[in-house]
Design a binder for this molecule. Structure first.
Ligand SMILES: *Cc1c(COP(=O)(O)O)cnc(C)c1O
Length: 379
């Protein structure tokens, strides 16, 4: 039985969410997928399913334990080696989810006296990592979105007053999940190297999609191998599940010993590892997939009069929550699976449709999506 005082509280909060039009509900997938992060169309590729089945037969359906106990199978090692080579780092450590990686690697590195500087539009998992670091006594500075002048001034301001042993870490999404724009990694690498700050980039939406070999934004921008902490996920373009941090062996060793989201969680199961290895192989071997996803995003941006971005995420700004929901529903009735994204996922007053493109889409589908969008947007 829920105590009556709790029931009152929960019902009040639910009524408040409803009044704001901010109730979150789970809708099944319907219509053409223009909202998932399956950019390369690999999620349902039979080769990944086959690789998952093969891995399950060879190594079991579950890992059985955390990595540091008995949970490691040869596929964990193979996937870490594959990812490190792809990203151009010496080592790699798998995490079960990107959320777990970001939320627990920041407090594993930054403690009392240290500082974490975080882009204002970073993913919620990095925001929670900052909160955890703050709970350990670190200073958290949020800098304006893509505003490196603000970051530089916050860094030097903090440095001037900080104890000599205190260290700084800078965390940013590579491609921003709700805006589809990208960080300037060469400038960030330079700034962090000059200031002695450790740079963490989150390549959740760049891995598999950007760069000559699909290795990500760092590769596209010519700084592959120069970013000390490259985090990414395997559940988006790669079509499987899980996450990783590519880094040097010193950092891997530190995270393996201190990141609680790694230590206290059952290892990724073998079928997921098999699927991820196959997803990475295909992502690299079939560049037409990323080229197609990006070309379709360009086509959509051009039609909407938006500047091009190196991503397959095309936000359509709306503003008011209710209007965004109404637009999404209208487009859903026309057969497109489009979802409204509302605060607190995005800042107040910036509700939007978040449209994504993928290799699985046909030209005709994107053209009719454009037609439908222009019509409902009244242009
Ligand atoms: C999806 C996402 C994550 C979380 O990854 P999961 O593996 O889904 O938990 C982290 N960061 C960014 C930028 C993301 O878009």
């Amino acid at each position: 039985m829920i105590p009556p005082s709790w029931l009152d509280r929960l019902q009040e909060q639910a009524a408040h969410r409803r009044a704001l039009g901010r109730e979150r509900t789970i809708h099944p997938a319907v219509g053409v997928d223009v909202c998932s992060n399956d950019y390369l169309g690999l999620r349902r590729d039979p080769r990944l399913a086959e690789a998952a089945a093969t891995a399950a037969r060879a190594h079991g359906a579950g890992a059985g334990a955390a990595r540091l106990l008995r949970g490691t199978c040869p596929l964990h090692d193979e996937l870490e080696v594959t990812l490190a080579r792809w990203k151009g780092t010496a080592a790699c450590l798998l995490f079960n989810t990107g959320y777990q990686a970001n939320a627990t690697l920041l407090p594993a590195l930054a403690g009392a006296g240290d500082a974490v500087f975080s882009d204002a539009l970073n993913h919620a998992s990095l925001v929670d990592g900052c909160r955890m670091a703050r709970a350990r006594g670190a200073h958290v500075g949020v800098f304006g979105h893509l505003d490196l002048a603000d970051l530089a001034s916050q860094l030097s301001g903090w440095r001037a007053a900080a104890p000599r042993t205190a260290l700084a870490l800078v965390a940013t999404d590579a491609v921003f999940s709700m805006d589809g724009d990208a960080a300037d990694l060469p400038a960030l690498v330079d700034l962090c190297e000059r200031q002695g700050a450790l740079l963490l980039i989150d390549e959740a939406h760049a891995t598999g999609l950007l760069g000559a070999d699909g290795a990500g934004l760092a590769q596209l921008q010519g700084v592959r191998g120069r970013v000390p902490l490259v985090m990414g996920t395997l559940g988006k373009a790669v079509g499987a599940f899980g996450a990783f941090v590519c880094c040097d062996t010193v950092l891997r060793d530190h995270l393996l010993n201190t990141a609680r989201g790694f230590i206290f969680s059952t290892a990724l199961p073998p079928p997921v590892l098999g699927a991820a290895l196959e997803g990475i192989r295909i992502a690299r071997a079939e560049p037409w997939r990323r080229e197609r996803a990006l070309a379709l995003a360009d086509r959509l941006r051009d039609a909407l009069g938006q500047p091009r971005q190196p991503s397959a995420i095309v936000p359509v700004p709306v503003g008011a929550d209710a209007a965004a929901v109404r637009l999404a529903e209208t487009l859903q009735l026309q057969g497109f699976d489009i979802r409204a994204v509302r605060p607190p996922t995005v800042p107040e007053g910036s509700a939007r449709l978040r449209i994504t493109t993928g290799a699985h889409l046909e030209d005709a589908q994107v053209e009719s999506l454009i037609e439908a969008l222009l019509k409902v947007l009244g242009s």
